[in-house]
Design a protein around this ligand. Structure first.
Ligand code: ASP
Length: 327
């Protein structure tokens, strides 16, 4: 009887301590990677490749759920408030660091409401245009924009999205205002660009590379300081060499769990992430899309968090100077 009492005390204590690593992953329960943008876009692409690479080291089925809207903040908020059992994680990009400056009101706190799991990759962006745009290189594009001041429109994946940030920097570098057209992700923005409803889009190579290869859009420049080696992109000039001195935007992606997820669970996920980041198939796929898989200390949760804090400090003043807010 005494033994039974002790056993039940142990069970209650274990349950109230939350999920233990031994329980994670829970048998037959998938791990869901929430992507805060629409399916078929660049963040979604990274998440689906990562899901595949994580399955084996995590010992669980890994699925992707798209929770799009408000520049990624709706999906991020969903994960901030999800059960803390390691089965719901967020794959987000630089928007983790830019949203706090872009939104007057945020439904979550970037630094306090998540357990940081590690960075995934760095992805440059490309400036692309509708296929009917009467410009075939960056120089022609620059004069077309100058001649059409006031009527040029620029799509993005929502206020706070990476494409929004790139568009802001592009307008401020040119000192020309364009009409911003927000979508819930790159996939619908890309559709409208291909259909000629919008003129320009600046977005991650993880999605634009195949469109550039297939010539369904016109490509004008890359946002990295150096030209890229990816075959489909290697002839594209950088914006820096095209006259916009110092123009550089690199979009990183990271993985996050809700705050309060037990440390041994987050350690298991981080361990699996590190295996995935070394997976040759994952690396091959990402490189083919112009992405650079993280191979430095940012794959550690503490360094990941430090890096995001430094990005918040970097982009906050840039966004404030541009004077843009979303409500
Ligand atoms: N690339 C998008 C952005 O601009 C988001 C997406 O992946 O759809 O943030």
């Amino acid at each position: 009887m005494k033994k039974l009492f002790m056993l039940s005390c142990w069970a209650v204590a274990t349950l109230s301590a939350g999920v233990q690593a031994a329980d994670f992953p829970i048998k037959d329960k998938p791990v869901t990677i929430v992507v805060p943008f629409t399916a078929g876009g660049p963040t979604d692409r990274v998440a689906r490749d990562l899901a595949e690479a994580l399955r084996k080291p995590l010992g669980a089925n890994v699925v992707v759920e798209n929770v799009a809207g408000a520049g990624g903040t709706i999906g991020a908020n969903k994960v901030a408030k999800a059960p803390q059992d390691g089965h719901t994680v967020l794959l987000h990009h630089i928007g983790m660091a830019t949203s706090p400056a872009l939104y007057r009101k945020m439904p979550y706190n970037t630094m306090d409401d998540f357990e940081y799991l590690g960075m995934v990759n760095d992805v440059p962006m490309t400036l692309i245009g509708r296929p009917t745009l009467p410009a075939n290189n960056y120089k022609e594009l620059a004069s077309w924009i100058a001649q059409n001041k006031g009527t040029v429109n620029l799509g993005n994946a929502g206020l706070g999205a990476a494409s929004h940030l790139c568009g802001l920097l592009f307008q401020s570098a040119l000192k020309i205002d364009m009409t911003t057209v927000p979508y819930k992700g790159t996939a619908p923005a890309m559709n409208d660009l291909m259909g000629g409803q919008i003129d320009l889009l600046c977005d991650q190579t993880t999605n634009t590379t195949s469109q550039i290869e297939g010539k369904t859009v016109k490509a004008f420049a890359v946002t990295s300081l150096k030209r890229l080696s990816t075959p489909a992109l290697k002839n594209l000039p950088t914006l820096d060499e095209s006259g916009l001195k110092g123009f550089e935007v690199s979009i990183w992606h990271g993985l996050y769990a809700p705050k309060g997820t037990p440390a041994d669970v987050t350690a298991k996920i981080n361990k699996a992430l590190k295996v995935a980041l070394k997976d040759p198939e994952f690396n091959k796929k990402q490189q083919g899309l112009g992405a650079i898989v993280v191979n430095d200390k940012r794959s550690d949760p503490v360094e990941h968090k430090k890096f995001v804090a430094s990005e918040i400090a970097k982009w906050g003043p840039v966004i404030q100077a541009a004077g843009v807010y979303a409500d």
